[in-house]
Design a protein around this ligand. Sequence first.
Ligand code: ATP
Length: 277
Amino acid sequence: MTYAIEMNDISKNFGNQTALKKINFNVKKGEIFGFLGPSGAGKTTTIKILTGQIKSSNGTAKILDQDVKTIDSHFYTRIGIVTDNSGVFKQLSCYENLKIFAQIYNIPDARIDLLMSRVGLIAAKKKKAGKLSKGMLQRLILVRALLHNPELLFLDEPTSGLDPKTMKEIHQLILEEKKRGMTLFLTTHNMHEAEILCDQVALLHGGEIVECNSPQTLKKKYYKEPKIEITYKDDTQKTLNLTRENVKKINKDILTIHSNEPNLEEIFLQLTGKELN
Ligand SMILES: Nc1ncnc2c1ncn2[C@@H]1O[C@H](COP(=O)(O)OP(=O)(O)OP(=O)(O)O)[C@@H](O)[C@H]1O
């Protein structure tokens, strides 16, 4: 098996509304694939189709070589899903929440402790899930999805609304799981997140993929003549093309110079005319 995910011409209509139009992409085993788009672009619908929660209107899709239309309960032992906090028992402690899932999968208690320690949740072991902060709740949901060590993990906006420190820690965890061989599919509208985590990204707009490639390739493809921003000591600023002539003009009054490379955010804007947020 080369690919963990194969999407061929997948479309999805909700009544008259088309949520996805002929989506095609493959995700190699062991890579982190980012699905990027603004609200309503079709990210969650894609995850739902790929995890067998809803059926596509047209096209075929496979995860781990299995047609998504034939996914059964046994197959869920091979994948993990991190979506919203539904399914968390608010009156139960973090540990009790995890224990329920551990029992379903026959997972030893030691693994619960190990994962809780890894995500910095061990001190909150006895705390009721309903009393957790958003970041702590997200860690709990992540641990739950990782308990059975899935081959393929789906993360729907895993860091949305989290503070920068928690976000960084979750990024670290995602990269560690990739190192252990897991394939990860994540949706986000945070382009910076996609740039630092993903091997491949698909840019989704209005249910269509407008680009699909590695962040580096996209940056090269949409590379424009480099510009330099110059700030003078008197606080005035200038943006110039980075040419020999312009560099010659630069004199010792300059305080800082840095080049402007396009980021995924700008590429998305260039392609769709829309901002991500
Ligand atoms: N069950 C449903 N019934 C009708 N329309 C739906 C349903 N689920 C999704 N849609 C529509 O399909 C489109 C894509 O929705 P989806 O939730 O996949 O977007 P998204 O990219 O995940 O957005 P967000 O970032 O806000 O979660 C939206 O226009 C949405 O209103």
